[in-house]
Design a protein around this ligand. Structure first.
Ligand SMILES: [Fe+2]
Ligand SMILES: [Fe+2]
Length: 189
């Protein structure tokens, strides 16, 4: 056994993909992910609060959103680049929420099914469904922000609020990208 093993905590791919999505045109590069803060259990922030945004059969969780965009990408050629680009950003959201939930002592391995996801039968419908999903995600992240902002400040609340600010910035950016696509395709009402 001659290999030099990296410390477990170091994840170069994690850093690489964070840098990648920060610089892609499918995320808001003006707002960055917080550097890894010290997230602890028992500091007021509960892991369960993030379950609906992380992985839940609601059609708007990060996992459902990734599945929806990848499916729409396959269904509608004209949406391919947009859907794939945004899905990659959503995967980083999912990753950051998974780490947070785990650090807060929650479970990331609960089951999920994708039955509630709608894809649309035209590209325009697909984009309108995407906008509705993003809008619901924004509402969820806004409610979480309000809840955590009311707690006493500590490392955990500070990190969580910064992460939520980044997620919100990206989801708002996605709404703008989808609306731009609708305008560009004369499908706007
Ligand atoms: Fe997201
Ligand atoms: Fe999004």
């Amino acid at each position: 056994m001659f290999a030099i093993l990296r410390q477990r905590a170091t994840n170069l791919i994690d850093d690489l993909t964070t840098g990648l999505v920060n610089n892609m045109r499918f995320s808001d590069s003006d707002v960055l992910y917080p550097s890894d803060g010290k997230v602890e259990k028992g500091k007021g922030v509960e892991a369960e609060w993030f379950y609906d945004s992380f992985k839940a059969p609601n059609g708007t969780s990060e996992l459902d959103t990734i599945h929806m965009y990848i499916t729409q990408e396959a269904m509608f050629e004209e949406l391919g680049e947009l859907m794939m680009g945004i899905a990659l950003v959503e995967m980083k959201h999912l990753d950051k929420l998974a780490d947070l939930i785990k650090d807060l002592g929650g479970r990331v391995d609960r089951p999920n099914n994708t039955d509630k996801i709608e894809y649309g039968s035209t590209p325009e419908q697909a984009v309108r469904i995407a906008i509705a999903g993003e809008t619901a995600a924004i509402k969820g992240y806004e409610a979480l922000t309000e809840r955590i902002a009311a707690l006493p400040r500590n490392g955990t609340t500070r990190y969580t609020l910064s992460l939520l600010a980044k997620l919100l910035a990206d989801e708002r950016f996605h709404v703008a990208l989808f609306e731009q696509w609708l305008h560009g395709n004369d499908a706007y009402e």
